[in-house]
Design a protein around this ligand. Structure first.
Ligand code: GLC
Length: 739
């Protein structure tokens, strides 16, 4: 085996085969067979890394500041701690003793079908160790710890129930975190082709496989899970601060098909006294599902309609599908064809079908198409006044069967850009919103996306069902997304398909107000699902929880600020904060919001109590003045309308005062709910909508709590401070003097 030292990397050669190892930072090693491969996602991170290279029997050893890696004569890698304890050990890809199948390459040669006919070009397999737990990988359902499960990352419009064994859903985050007793690490597979992940289904090895494309991945060293997540965020990007209003309550339905129906929703929310921040308009607002049009019969004077709602504090978000209706009289279709902005197949424009019937597909992977699309979005936003855009069906969905792998999007084949389609559509849409309002933070929501899409968009988990199984899997799904880099996440509250029974609605909103994206949405054929269509008790519970959501907006906002700085997620599985507590490794029916609140929603029918596990320390019931609970399992009551929430000892939770029901204007008062013990809070404040914070127009407060004695240090002042800060402790209430 030969090696060559290049600028930053080392090239190993064994016969025809090559392998580049490139230390980008002390935590990140890029492993690639083609160093010239340009990533669509990875940010240019690099800091000087001192490493040593030594030759030893059977290969070489590269020792960096935090970990080491050995390369053997097969070019297999072994990653280890500095004390030589193994982290990850590459093996040859062995037959699976539990479900025998041949090595993919062999299978391909012999014409065997492997996992839906796919023969993966590259497979990296590693020894499975007893202490390993696997997390991340985006929106896949099933357990939070994915050990022994297999998945395929191929963005898929999946309208059936999202059960544990579903291999592919809408999003592709080819990133996973491996937690071991001694240290955690992550792997990001920088490949947008279909990928397959097998986290030890055969109990002997785990592997990832790439259908085609470059064999390029990143090893991300922790040692803590938090460091892995932060490091991955430095590579794939963080979300900038969202508009504050996007943290408010959002209501949707497929569809509120005309202006009177929307007005009726608005009136009903008012009558029911439930805050309503955003209304989403699904596909029927358009003229025959032609994107960038509005039906003039159903929404006459649309921009006035949007402006009038805005005056009442309600923002309108409209859906935007990628499929452009084939209609020679439709100007967008004409432009798309003329400009060469759409996919082609065997020399002709490629046609499949989505909601409008026969449709053509913009090639969002091409810069010229994105610029064109951004212009369309900008014009639409400027002329209608809508506040955000909701990108859907962008896996892309296709009703006349899957797109052939060699449909061309510009110069690239469908198979090479499929998983990036939603990502590029979100970016183009985000750019369009910015173009329309350069001073405002864009709001985009998407169904399909890729690692790194958090730079442009928020997401929801697609078409779930109004059933208990789907509620139960929701926290794990949101946590997996959060670990994969996507913090602004939510489910369709109440479930999309099916009719939501009132008990389920109660339990879903109790959980839903703790999701960053808080929207009730439901499918066309189902009963209405707005809170006021339910019985009086459900309505009262719903109201109370939405009002509570408005109270905790400042806490959410602080967590988004924290995410924008450190890449740490807003929702956190317990193991992220308590990596040395083994009970936390598999918990996903309870979660942390930041590090200070633990939420344990009821996720089963007919139940008014549940077991809650509390990690190390003292935990205080958030809603009543109960005694502190210590680490361990606790049977806790939560009747319908109640959700179990605990604050960590010493926590300071920033709240808006009671009664806030709209986020356009920030309340003048901040409430700090303070719990016994010692703790601190970094609290962030700005105007909530503009980009002025990037030029310093924000405040950063450091509050500290010593058993109820709260002090404040204003670390940065660039924005008017609160008129009043009220501190609430178990023993009473005081005003905090900012001076
Ligand atoms: C897709 C979306 C859903 C939307 C529907 C109609 O199924 O996932 O949210 O309501 O299309 O546009």
């Amino acid at each position: 085996m030969e090696y060559q030292l290049l600028n930053n990397a080392i090239l190993f050669k064994e016969g025809e085969r090559v392998l580049y190892l490139d230390f980008l930072t002390p935590n990140i090693l890029r492993v690639s067979t083609d160093i010239s491969h340009a990533s669509d996602i990875v940010l240019p991170v690099r800091s000087p890394v001192k490493f040593t290279l030594s030759q030893e029997e059977g290969g070489y050893r590269l020792t960096g500041p935090l970990f080491q890696v050995q390369v053997d004569l097969n070019l297999f890698l072994r990653f280890a701690q500095l004390n030589d304890e193994t982290l990850l050990e590459e093996t040859s890809y062995e037959e699976n003793p539990r479900k025998p199948h041949l090595h993919d390459d062999l299978a391909a040669k012999e014409g065997h079908a492997v996992e839906g006919q796919d023969c993966y070009e590259h497979t990296h397999a590693y020894l499975l160790h007893e202490d390993e737990h696997f997390y991340g990988l985006g929106d896949h359902v099933g357990p939070l710890d994915k050990r022994e499960y297999r998945y395929i990352n191929y963005n898929t419009d999946y309208p059936q129930a999202h059960e544990d064994d579903v291999l592919s859903l809408y999003k592709d985050f080819p990133f996973f975190l491996v937690k071991r007793l001694q240290a955690s690490f992550g792997i990001y597979v920088d490949n947008p082709y279909k990928t397959r992940f097998d986290f030890g289904a055969d109990q002997r090895q785990f592997s990832f496989s790439e259908l085609k494309g470059s064999d390029d991945y990143y090893f991300l060293y922790g040692p803590s899970p938090k460091e892995v997540v932060s490091t991955f965020a430095s590579l794939s990007g963080k979300m900038s601060l969202p508009p504050r209003w996007s943290l408010g309550y959002q209501q949707s339905r497929w569809s509120y098909a005309d202006a009177p129906s929307v007005m009726n929703v608005v009136k009903s929310f008012k009558a029911a006294d439930i805050p309503l921040e955003v209304v989403h308009l699904d596909i029927d607002y358009m003229e025959g599902y032609r994107i960038f049009t509005v039906s003039s019969s159903r929404f006459p004077a649309f921009s006035d309609f949007v402006a009038n709602l805005r005056k009442e504090g309600i923002k309108v978000v409209t859906i935007l599908d990628p499929g452009i209706k084939v209609d020679p009289d439709y100007s967008l279709y004409q432009e798309a064809i003329k400009g060469g902005y759409v996919a082609t197949y065997q020399g002709e424009v490629y046609v499949n079908a989505v909601w409008p019937g026969d449709s053509v597909y913009p090639s969002f992977n091409e810069e010229k198409t994105r610029a064109w699309w951004a212009d369309k979005c900008a014009t639409f936003v400027k002329t209608t006044g809508v506040a955000g855009l909701w990108c859907d069906m962008n896996e892309p969905a296709s009703f006349k069967g899957p797109l052939p792998s060699d449909v061309l999007f510009g110069k690239e084949k469908h198979e090479a850009v499929h998983n990036l389609y939603g990502h590029w559509m979100s970016k183009a849409t985000h750019d369009g919103l910015l173009k329309a309002n350069p001073e405002l933070r864009p709001f985009v929501i998407t169904r399909a996306c890729f690692s790194g899409s958090q730079r442009y968009t928020t997401v929801w988990t697609g078409d779930n069902q109004s059933n208990w199984a789907d509620l139960r899997l929701s926290p794990g799904q949101l946590l997996s997304l959060a670990l994969s880099g996507m913090s602004f996440v939510g489910t369709d509250i109440g479930g999309f398909g099916g009719d939501c029974p009132s008990e389920l609605m109660n339990r879903w909103i109790e959980f839903g107000v703790f999701s960053p994206f808080c929207r009730n949405h439901c499918a066309v054929a189902n009963f209405y699902q707005e809170p006021y269509v339910f019985d009086a008790k459900t309505l009262a519970n719903y109201r109370q929880w939405v009002y509570f959501r408005y109270r905790i907006v400042p806490y959410f906002y602080d967590l988004f600020y924290e995410h924008s700085q450190s890449g740490l997620p807003v929702l956190r599985p317990l193991f992220l904060e308590y990596p040395s507590d083994p009970v936390c490794d598999t918990l996903s029916d309870e979660f942390l919001l930041g590090s200070s609140l633990l939420v344990a929603p009821i996720l089963d029918p007919g139940v008014s109590a549940r077991s809650v596990y509390l990690p190390q320390g003292h935990w205080y019931p958030f809603f009543n003045k109960g005694e502190a609970l210590l680490s361990g399992y606790h049977l806790q009551n939560a009747a319908l309308g109640e959700c179990l929430v605990y604050a960590k000892e010493g926590a300071i939770i920033p709240l808006y005062p009671t009664g806030v029901k709209n986020l356009d204007n920030e309340p003048k008062e901040l409430v700090l709910k303070v719990f016994p013990g010692t703790g601190s809070l970094l609290h962030y404040q700005d105007d909530g909508t503009s980009l002025a914070y990037q030029k310093g127009a924000y405040n950063l407060y450091l509050f500290t709590n010593h058993d109820g004695l709260v002090s404040c240090n204003l670390l940065h002042q660039g924005y008017p401070t609160y008129e009043r800060i009220r501190v609430i402790t178990p023993s009473g209430e005081t005003l905090l003097n900012l001076n």
